[in-house]
Design a protein around this ligand. Structure first.
Ligand SMILES: [Zn+2]
Length: 140
């Protein structure tokens, strides 16, 4: 059995049965950001607190990427499969850029409901499954 590790620390709760993206909320003005940051982009506060963001949202815009992603992806370019990428507007009002589980344009439309999943991004040289977050369409 291969081990899993997140593509980066501090992006989402993992391992977890109900993983969530980690963001920041400003205690002074309520601005919410992703990923986590100390400083508030909307006011002078430097005391933003880490929060778990909502696990669902709507597809704000999207495209299909037909070339392999840059670092840290180290997969085999010949095995590369085009993938959807988009911005999801979460319930918190934050727009998050993310991979989509769907790469068929006929099955993606702006405004559709999406939910967070954790999926394998690639296998690294140590044979570990490197996992990242993605969003999949919520079946109607
Ligand atoms: Zn603020």
């Amino acid at each position: 059995m291969s081990t899993q590790r997140p593509v980066a620390e501090g992006l989402f709760t993992w391992p977890s049965e109900h993983p969530a993206l980690l963001g920041s909320r400003c205690p002074d003005c309520g601005e919410t950001t992703f990923p986590v940051q100390r400083g508030c982009p909307a006011c002078p506060s430097q005391a933003c607190e880490e929060v778990e963001l909502g696990r669902s949202g709507t597809l704000w815009t999207w495209t299909v990427q037909h070339f392999p992603p840059p670092h840290p992806w180290t997969g085999n370019a010949r095995e590369f499969v085009p993938f959807g990428v988009g911005y999801i507007e979460l319930e918190d009002g934050v727009r998050v850029e993310a991979r989509l589980t769907e790469n068929d344009p006929s099955r993606l439309r702006i405004g559709m409901e999406m939910e967070l999943v954790i999926e394998t991004f690639f296998k690294n040289d140590e044979g570990e499954e490197v996992v990242t977050f993605a969003f999949r369409p919520v079946e109607a």
